[in-house]
Design a protein around this ligand. Structure first.
Ligand SMILES: [Zn+2]
Ligand SMILES: [Zn+2]
Length: 417
């Protein structure tokens, strides 16, 4: 075949696409109740937006962003994550604060394709913008936790950390850098770059020898200022009141510069090594880094593909081969136009129905109907058109009965309820 998918992309076939719909419906219903409104932002933005927000030192910008020039020579990028463009939309459209927004959008990252990770993937995110209070973090965490439980992700727990603020982070960073310098020769090359650019990110390193050294590194949590400590304590108090299982992890940082204070990660013991389901936290400096005023915010985002993978087999979402509820079999060309008219009347009455266009003898048409997964067929021949009484056949049992248009609507109604 001449054309194939671009590496790292995937087709979402009907079975999975339907399950995704159901997942989105569930999220939409739960978040709507909690005051969240949907938002969509453009798939591409100015590269500079992500450069300024996601940060020069982040791996996403350096290695993984789809950056391109359009025909007008503009420097653009495909959206690598949702929060910066949502914040840009808030600032640009003067959206009244506080506001709660949620999205389900494609994200693009040009990283090495690996199992369950694609260069285009869908993320669902929820953001509470304009609220600095720790209660907003606690509420958001509770919302996420309930959502993942409902989605059917087993073994959920949460990791929590505070990475401080502009007041206390610099002091900590000096201590961290001093520590790292002492061990510089033992650390990997990437960590030595991070040391210079964004020392906090060394905690993201997967190299075992680096991890060993970092075990004795100073902890941000021991260096929080009074305000950050109070904020963190209140977040914890809120989560405990909801009985959400969590662990404090002082090595949990986020790879994005604009995060502050609360950092969260939802994990599941059922996902193996790649156990993170969802990440999030507070981004009180994002708006300022984008040239706007100080606007605090907190949010989370999770990958739809991973969530579906984790919930598969739980029976929350249906993965059934699609069927045709009612297939009309017209016998003869006059009957076909009659059937087409009839099918729209049935649909208008709320029924799901299709017409078989290929003609043939009844027995061949029945065979075709079976291979098309029709649950019921309606036989329309000359006699039926004249009398207005049709033959309805159940494809599974083979049982047949005669009924009028009105009776048909009633009977199908009863079937679908
Ligand atoms: Zn602080
Ligand atoms: Zn390293």
């Amino acid at each position: 075949m001449r054309f194939q998918r671009v590496k790292g992309t995937r087709d979402i076939l009907p079975l999975e696409a339907l399950a995704r719909r159901e997942l989105e419906q569930l999220v939409f219903s739960r978040l709507s109740r909690s005051g969240f409104q949907p938002i969509h932002t453009p798939t591409f933005e100015k590269f500079e937006l992500y450069q300024r927000s996601t940060g020069e030192s982040s791996d996403i910008v350096i290695k993984e962003m789809y950056r391109f020039q359009d025909m007008g020579g503009r420097d653009l990028a495909l959206r690598p994550e949702g929060t910066p463009s949502v914040m840009r939309a808030i600032l640009e459209n003067h959206i009244k604060l506080p506001v709660r927004l949620w999205y389900s959008m494609s994200m693009f990252r040009q990283d090495k394709p690996q199992k369950g990770r694609y260069r285009e993937h869908t993320q669902i995110g929820a953001e509470i913008v304009g609220e600095a209070e720790p209660e907003a973090d606690a509420e958001l965490i509770k919302l996420g936790f309930d959502l993942f439980s409902e989605i059917g992700i087993d073994g959920m727990y949460m990791e929590l950390n505070s990475i401080g603020c502009r007041e206390c982070r610099p002091t900590y960073q000096v201590k961290l850098v001093n520590f790292l310098k002492k061990h510089s020769s033992e650390m990997c090359e990437e960590c030595r770059v991070r040391m210079e650019r964004n020392p906090l990110r060394v905690f993201d390193c997967k190299v075992a020898s680096c991890q060993d050294i970092l075990k004795s590194a100073p902890s941000q949590r021991d260096h929080l200022c009074k305000e950050c400590k109070e904020h963190f304590d209140k977040v914890k108090k809120g989560i405990s009141a909801f009985n959400i299982p969590y662990q404090e992890n002082d090595r949990l940082v986020r790879g994005l510069d604009y995060y502050s204070r609360t950092v969260i990660e939802f994990k599941s013991t059922s996902l193996g090594a790649q156990d993170a389901v969802c990440g999030g936290g507070r981004y009180d400096y994002l708006a300022e880094e984008m040239g706007g005023p100080h606007i605090p915010g907190t949010g989370f985002a999770f990958g739809v593909e991973r969530a579906l993978l984790a919930s598969k087999g739980e029976g929350i979402f249906t993965y059934e081969q699609p069927t045709i509820a009612l297939l009309i079999l017209p016998l003869g060309s006059d009957a076909t136009s009659f059937a087409l008219d009839l099918v729209f009347k049935l649909r208008k009455a709320g029924l799901e129905a299709l017409v078989e266009f290929r003609s043939g003898g009844l027995s061949r048409m029945l065979k075709r109907a079976a291979s098309r997964n029709a649950r019921k067929v309606l036989i329309v021949g000359e006699d039926e058109m004249a009398s207005g009484v049709f033959i309805l056949r159940d494809m599974k049992s083979g049982e047949q009965r005669e009924l009028s248009f009105e009776e048909l609507i009633e009977s199908q109604d009863a079937d679908s309820s």
